[in-house]
Design a protein around this ligand. Structure first.
Ligand code: FES
Length: 59
């Protein structure tokens, strides 16, 4: 089971047991903890690359 946590003004933290699939339906290799972008500014989709701090994203 995966646990989701919204990081203030940042990504979604996903921890635990889960499988991430790309738009083609194939699994994306990832670790037991990942940070998914929710601001849209990342250059490494679907993962957060820290760009949210420069983009001024807040939530
Ligand atoms: S949430 Fe970090 S780059 Fe988008």
């Amino acid at each position: 089971m995966a646990n989701l946590n919204l990081v203030k003004d940042g990504p979604i933290q996903v921890k635990g047991s889960f499988e991430l699939k790309g738009p083609d339906g194939n699994p994306i290799d990832c670790k037991e903890q990942i940070f998914l972008c929710r601001c849209g500014a990342t250059n490494n989709k679907p993962f957060c690359d820290g760009s949210h701090s420069k983009s001024g994203f807040s939530d």
